[in-house]
Design a binder for this molecule. Structure first.
Ligand SMILES: Nc1ncnc2c1ncn2[C@@H]1O[C@H](COP(=O)(O)OP(=O)(O)O)[C@@H](O)[C@H]1O
Ligand SMILES: O=c1ccn([C@@H]2O[C@H](COP(=O)(O)OP(=O)(O)O)[C@@H](O)[C@H]2O)c(=O)[nH]1
Length: 236
């Protein structure tokens, strides 16, 4: 018996780079697709939101003189590129998947609606919801929280390159200590930067628990679904 029936999985765009400095590393992509395929075959309903940081981030664009809104639109298109890559990798694994877009761009993918997403999930398809929220000034963590709430997921799984939430950014402070669980309120109080405040608040106000875990270790996704706390769980 798996711990959750329907999940929203957030994948980091930056992690898709693997060992490269830019773009999509096909071995990392295939590793993600294999892990997702295994879960899908076991009957878990999976919605996915992917970031775009391996290709373009609006904020870094703005720092170089791009108009922020244009830069964010470039970032949202970057998430669509990553989503297409994952869609294709999942099909190679023999998995039925559907790509939806938050910005209208048929025939790349169908325009997102909750109804389409939920119907496809019920049909056993993995649903990739691309294009972030469709709006500038948001992040894919926020898109992931929003879609997770809309599709009534049991949990948002934030798969990233660190193995949980620490007392400080573990990439900058190696002495930081890891939490097994932490409340949304403590995240605000301690000013922890694992997700932006908009995403954190959406999850808190709508009671969507979050688990942060390292997606880059093979088999970790299955462990989370088997109820192992290998990361940090965030609760109300
Ligand atoms: N308190 C914290 N605990 C864990 N990770 C943190 C914390 N503060 C900042 N981070 C950073 O958050 C990153 C994970 O978030 P993610 O959204 O996947 O990354 P990015 O924003 O680079 O795409 C980690 O790589 C880590 O450096
Ligand atoms: O709803 C959204 C989601 C994303 N973005 C843009 O898309 C970029 C890539 O997303 P993000 O940085 O969240 O990706 P990740 O950090 O997961 O790779 C962001 O920098 C924003 O510019 C946006 O404008 N609106």
């Amino acid at each position: 018996m798996k711990k959750y029936k329907r999940i929203l999985l957030k994948l980091s765009g930056e992690s898709l780079m693997g060992e490269q400095n830019y773009g999509i590393d096909s071995s990392r992509l295939n590793d993600y697709a294999e892990q997702i395929a295994e879960l899908s075959k076991s009957g878990i309903e999976i919605g996915i939101v992917i970031g775009g940081g391996n290709i373009f981030r609006g904020l870094s664009g703005a720092a170089k003189g791009f108009d922020r809104v244009n830069g964010d639109q470039m970032g949202m298109l970057a998430t669509t590129i990553n989503s297409l890559a994952l869609n294709s990798a999942l099909k190679n694994q023999g998995i039925k998947s559907k790509m939806l877009t938050a910005i209208r761009m048929e025939p790349v993918g169908e325009y997102y609606s909750k109804g389409k997403a939920v119907e496809a999930l019920a049909n056993g398809e993995v649903v990739i919801i691309s294009g972030g929220t469709g709006n500038p000034y948001f992040t894919t963590d926020t898109a992931s929280a929003l879609r997770g709430i809309e599709i009534e997921a049991d949990i948002m799984l934030k798969g990233t390159r660190v193995d949980g939430i620490y007392s400080a950014d573990p990439e900058k402070f190696p002495d930081a200590t890891k939490y097994e669980k932490i409340s949304f309120d403590e995240i605000y109080k301690k000013n922890l930067k694992i997700m932006d405040l908009t995403a954190t608040t959406l999850c808190k106000e709508n009671n969507l628990p979050v688990m942060v875990f390292n997606m880059d270790k093979k088999g970790n996704l299955a462990k989370v679904l088997n109820g192992e706390n290998i990361g940090t769980i965030v609760y109300n």
